[in-house]
Structures are given as C-alpha cells and as structure tokens.
Design a protein around this ligand. Structure first.
Ligand code: PLP
Length: 449
C-alpha cells in the first residue's frame, strides 16, 4: 500500500483530473441526497477483503457518492450557512493532506504554525485586537466557542475560587453551540432579554446578573455578531460595559458574521468587539475557505494556554517557554494545520480581494431584500444587517413551505429551507457566495408565486 508505483501514478492523474473538473464547474451541480436503500443499491458494500482498487473506488465516489451530497458551494445553496471556498483554498487543502504536517506544536509544525498565525493576526487586526493577541484554528465554531468558554471559566475560578454554580449569560438568538458548550461544561445558562430588534444589550446583561440567586455566579457573557437565523449583531459596546462592571469574560461568537469585519460598509456594526476577551469566526463560512476551520482568538492567549495545555511526560519536550503550540489554546491535541487553505488563498490573492468579495455578497443581500419586497407574495421579516435576508411567503402554512422547499431541491433549482422566527415559519437567504447573483434570487422568488 505504501508505494508510489505506476498504478498510484494513474490514480494520482485521475484524482487530479476530477479535482480539475469539479473546480472548473460554474456553477457546480447542486445535487441532492439519496435514501439509504438507494445508496445500498447503487454503491453496495464498499469495504471488502481484496479492495476495489483506487480507480474503482474513485469512480464510486464521483458517480454515486458525491452526487448524493448537496454542493454547499452552489450559488443557489442559500440554506443554513453555505460555503464558498476560493479555488486556491480548495486546491491547497490537497497540499495540506499530502504534506504530513502535525499542526499541534511549534516543534513539529513551525512553518505551518507561522503561516496560520499570520492569517490569525490579520483577523485579529480587523477586530482591533492588540498584536499580543492570538489563538488557533479549530475544527469549527462549536469547538471554538467551547474552548473559549472553558478558558473563561478557568479564569473565573482562579480569580474568584470555585465555590460557585457557574452561569453563562446568553441571548435567545445565541447559536445552539453555546447551549451545547454549557451542557458539556455543566454550567447553567441564563437567557437575557433582547431589545425590539432582537439584540442583546448591556442593560439586559445587568438585569440577568442581578437575577441570579443562591451560589450562582456569572462567569461570561456571549454576544453574537451575526446571528445564524437573522444576521443580527448584538450591542457589543454596551455589553462590554456591563461585562467590565461585573467582571465577566466577554466572548463574541462571530462564526458566521465576524468575517464582515473586513467590509467597510458594515464595520461600524461591530464596534465594541475590540473590548472582547475572545471571539471566533469560521473561515469555512464567509471567509471563502473549505470545511473545516474556525479561528479562535484570545486577547490574552496566556489564559487560553493555562486552561488547555495538556500535561504528560511525553509532551514535556514540546513545552519550550517561547514555543507557540496551537494545541495549547483549545480542546484538542493532534490537529491538521487547518488554517493553511485559508492562509494560502489570503496570501495569494491579498486582503483587498477579500474585502471586495465580501462587499459583493453584502450588495447582493441588499438587492435580494429589495427583490423580496417588490415581489407580490413575499415580504421581508427582518431587513438584512449583514447578508441574511429573512422573509415570509404571505399566507403559507408550514406544510406549504416544506413542500415548496422539497420541490425546489428536487427540481435542482436551489436549496432554501424553512426556518422559524418568533413561532412563525419563515424563509431565509444566507448569502456568502460571491457567485450568487440577483438573478439567482429572482429565479427562486419566481417559484413562490
Ligand atoms: C455556524 C455557527 C456556529 C457553529 O459553527 P460550526 O463551525 O458549525 O461548529 C456557532 N455560532 C454561530 C453564530 C454560527 O453561525
């Protein structure tokens, strides 16, 4: 198996040709899932004692398995949060896979970690964080949020002792990963009220702190900068004030939205993020990188290190005083240098192209909102603050939304799924792909008539 012979050469060419073809598709095929029964029929048992051979297994993937996966980078994939990796970032993902680099320590991965850290430093600078800030690329926002909050609680423990029942302050629009982190950490959640535009404010944080009872003590507040459902951004400045008054760790979950820190037209919405103790942003969402990467950045990385460094005799040789070991900053040890595809594309294209691509998606979101309000059967539920357009199809029941969405995918027109807001079924366009055009939006709206 561990050999580069003629057959391996042929498969290398075949894989190269497939990657070439996939990356040239404009647009890619949208594709759709198949049932287990269909896949069993088409793909059958793929693991055998003798093996299928590389060509046959690749053919199985390209002809059967890949078409049974929706292309998240299709310009009319507007459900959830899509992806839109640059061609260069996707290509470099192959390089990372072929390079045998361990990204957990400086000793083993210095060159990769150096490059990843420059990409992190660019993101940190967008947020107005100091040069001494830093962090790590983790698997995704869920793990990034968890890692930041573990650091927050560790810091609170060392400052206030551990006789408390720890409480995490969040808003109702916080992402589900925050509740998941609270469950993993066994801390209580206190849901703070939001204002009429759905934003968390400093006043509601203060109220929540005052409502705690017994031995409860709040250790952190999580603000969302770009909620997943509507794209709303919490009032970061007033939350920073409240966090300061009450000695709370201030974490900003920008998994989707914080990429727009790079966009001058909306940068002011993020004012106050520079006062956070930590924040995250997922390059696989709106920073044009492939799955999966989340940038977690601490203002004071030493606190992350204190919370997360794993101790073991065989790891001691990695702990040089000045060594920057990415595994020290989150819940993980072994890691691929998953920030490198993002780094390569950013280093190749330069930051200006990123700003332009970001502004383009924001522009299309504004156009989309306009088209929705001009369409006779739809109305905007929430005007886009970033690139999510939430809207309703007037008069439809939840069942009608669902069958429309299913049909849209079955017809291979688009992937748009129903969501809910304040108990009402709604639709949303999440636009992160610079290839998505107002014509794509019009095509989808035409099917709602
Ligand atoms: C997507 C998202 C997450 C979770 O990120 P994953 O990379 O999917 O784990 C967390 N918070 C927000 C606001 C998100 O949009």
């Amino acid at each position: 198996m561990h050999i580069f012979d003629e057959e391996t050469q042929r498969i290398s060419d075949e894989i190269g040709a497939y990657v070439d073809l996939r990356l040239r598709m404009d647009p890619v095929a949208l594709d759709q899932p198949k049932s287990f029964a269909q896949l069993s029929e088409l793909a059958g048992q793929t693991i055998t004692a003798d093996g299928l051979g590389g060509s046959q297994a690749l053919k199985l993937f390209t002809d059967v398995l890949a078409p049974a996966c929706i292309s998240t980078d299709h310009p009319r994939y507007l459900a959830f949060i899509p992806t839109a990796p640059t061609e260069l970032s996707s290509l470099f993902d192959l390089v990372v896979g072929a390079s045998g680099i361990y990204g957990g320590s400086w000793l083993e991965g210095a060159g990769a970690v150096y490059a990843e850290n420059q990409a992190l430093a660019w993101i940190a600078s967008l947020a107005g964080f100091p040069e001494t800030s830093g962090g790590v690329f983790m698997q995704g926002g869920t793990i990034g949020n968890l890692s930041a909050l573990v650091t927050a609680r560790e810091s609170a423990r060392s400052e206030y002792g551990n006789e408390y029942r720890w409480v995490l302050l969040v808003s109702e629009s916080a992402h589900s990963s925050i509740a998941s982190a609270a469950r993993v950490m066994d801390v209580d959640i206190c849901e703070c009220a939001v204002d009429e535009s759905g934003r968390l404010t400093g006043d509601s944080v203060r109220e929540a702190v005052n409502s705690l009872s017994g031995n409860q003590r709040a250790f952190a507040v999580v603000a969302t900068s770009g909620s997943t459902n509507l794209g709303t951004i919490d009032d970061l400045t007033s939350i920073a004030d409240a966090a300061e008054e009450h000695g709370l760790w201030f974490h900003v979950d920008g998994a989707y939205g914080a990429a727009a820190l790079a966009a001058p037209s909306v940068r002011a919405l993020f004012d106050g993020i520079e006062r956070a103790d930590s924040f995250i942003v997922d390059p696989h969402k709106w920073f044009f990188a492939p799955f999966d990467a989340c940038a977690l950045i601490y203002k004071n990385p030493d606190l992350g290190k204190r919370a997360h460094t794993q101790e073991a005799g065989y790891l001691k040789s990695l702990q040089e005083p000045d060594a920057w070991n990415p595994s020290d900053f989150g819940v993980q040890l072994s890691r691929r240098p998953r920030g490198l595809p993002f780094w390569y594309s950013l280093a190749s294209h330069g930051t200006r192209k990123y700003v332009e691509a970001m502004e383009r998606t924001l522009e299309v979101a504004r156009d989309a909102a306009k088209l929705v309000s001009e369409c006779l059967v739809t109305e905007v539920v929430y005007p886009p603050s970033l690139s999510i357009v939430a809207f309703r199809r007037i008069g439809w029941t939840p069942a009608q939304y669902k069958s429309w969405s299913d049909q849209l995918l079955a017809d291979q027109i688009a992937f748009v799924t129903p969501s809910t807001h304040q108990g009402e079924t709604i639709l949303r366009f999440a636009i992160v792909n610079p290839r998505t055009t107002p014509e794509d939006i019009a095509t989808i709206l035409a099917t709602l008539a």
